[in-house]
Design a protein around this ligand. Sequence first.
Ligand code: FES
Length: 104
Amino acid sequence: MRIVDHPILGKIKERKKVFIEVDGKKIEAYEGEPIAAALLAAGIRVFRFTAKEKEPRGVFCAIGRCTDCIMTVDGIPNVRTCVTPVRDGMKIKTQVGLGKWEQK
Ligand code: FES
């Protein structure tokens, strides 16, 4: 679900629709919005699992401070998805523990 008519900010302007891949599943997003916003709009709440206890984590602060929202983006681990804008064709993976760099 997305807010399209905010009581203070008004109506959301037209934006370019793009597609990103999340754990192999294609989802719709808007170019420039935070990755986390696109995931939440698609109903995805778990972004990573902690290193020791493997507990699920998702958006917490939403301002780039807590690192609860980190995921592997285009092969790069530990990307804070709440402050990273969407680009068409991004490949995003749920991160487990410290994550791993992926070969391209
Ligand atoms: S939710 Fe805290 S850094 Fe992204």
